[in-house]
Design a protein around this ligand. Structure first.
Ligand SMILES: O=C(O)CCC(=O)C(=O)O
Length: 296
């Protein structure tokens, strides 16, 4: 019998490992964050356990979940990764609950530098990824909002993805959502879901938060999750809230308001393949033209 090149390779090499999944339940935690660091961390840990009880397999926390958001707080709340107390608590919670935890962000200290950093923990409590925010939030909208993270933070320089049971997931942080190049690179690396812990504000939130999430999902034909702290109108920086999950058709699957809450939803990678095969922009790009024009 004539064998094709594919048949000639032992099927063992094609079989997906037993633990690979096509879908999983995600929990996006929109929690209140205040000035008491220990209280913030305890609240996050309690939410991880509650999400697990409701069936979550992957739990994501918001940006700056252990510290108020603001340049004046980062130095005081910063800790080393992964030896600091917040990381140790996240690792323990992930192991005790047996879930993957995308640990929002925390101010990280490394030598003299500070970063806005996301840590990811697997169900045994092992650190599987660390991402330092790459695009710092420096904007100036007169009479509305001026913010300059670069006054105190350093920028990361590594695109970061991790594998969850055979599904590749990319991490960005808040302002990173505005940069299509970054999401495009993560999609090219095989991601089916991008998770952005973020805290937009009362000026840019209503204008751009959902728009950008849906744009990234539509551009890259993948799942996008944005996870915000709940709104606290007494805080120096008032977060927009509106944690949401968008599917690869760019449909908002669920979105919270301003109050604390949790989105629980199924993330199905079959939908990524469905959209990509039915609207095949990934293989229709005219890079021959774009590259030529670029080089001129
Ligand atoms: O891009 C925006 O409008 C908000 C970004 C932000 O709040 C952040 O990067 O922390």
């Amino acid at each position: 019998m004539c064998e094709s090149a594919t048949d000639a390779v032992h099927p063992r090499f094609f079989r997906k490992p037993e633990h690979y999944v096509r879908a999983f339940k995600i929990a996006l935690i929109q929690m209140s964050v205040g000035p008491d660091k220990a209280k913030n961390v305890a609240a996050a840990i309690s939410e991880i356990h509650k999400a697990k009880e409701k069936g979550a397999q992957l739990v994501a926390l918001p940006e700056c979940f252990n510290s108020p958001y603001g340049t004046k707080y980062f130095e005081e709340y910063a800790e080393e990764v992964p030896s600091g107390s917040t990381c140790r608590a996240l690792s323990r919670a992930a192991a005790e609950a047996g879930v993957c935890v995308v640990g929002g962000t925390l101010p990280e200290r490394c030598g003299h530098a500070l970063y806005n950093t996301c840590t990811v923990w697997d169900g045994s409590g092992a650190l599987v990824a660390t991402y330092r925010k790459m695009h710092l939030f420096d904007i100036d909208i007169p009479n509305k909002i001026t913010f300059k993270e670069s006054e105190v933070l350093s920028a990361g320089d590594q695109i970061t993805t991790f594998d969850y049971q055979g599904i590749k997931i990319g991490i960005g942080i808040c302002y990173d959502l505005r940069f299509i190049e970054m999401s495009h690179l993560m999609a090219k690396q095989g991601c089916s879901l991008l998770i952005y812990p973020g805290a937009f504000n009362m000026t840019t939130g209503p204008k751009h938060w959902e728009l950008l999430a849906r744009a990234r999902a539509n551009d890259e034909q993948l799942w996008v999750a944005l996870v915000s702290p709940a709104r606290d109108t007494t805080a120096g920086y008032v977060a927009w809230g509106h944690t949401l999950l968008v599917d690869p058709w760019a449909t908002v699957v669920d979105q919270l308001g301003e109050a604390p809450g949790t989105i629980m939803a199924d993330v199905d990678v079959n939908l990524v393949e469905e959209v990509r095969s039915q609207i095949p922009i990934r293989v229709q790009r005219r890079t021959d033209i774009y590259d030529t024009v670029h080089k001129k």
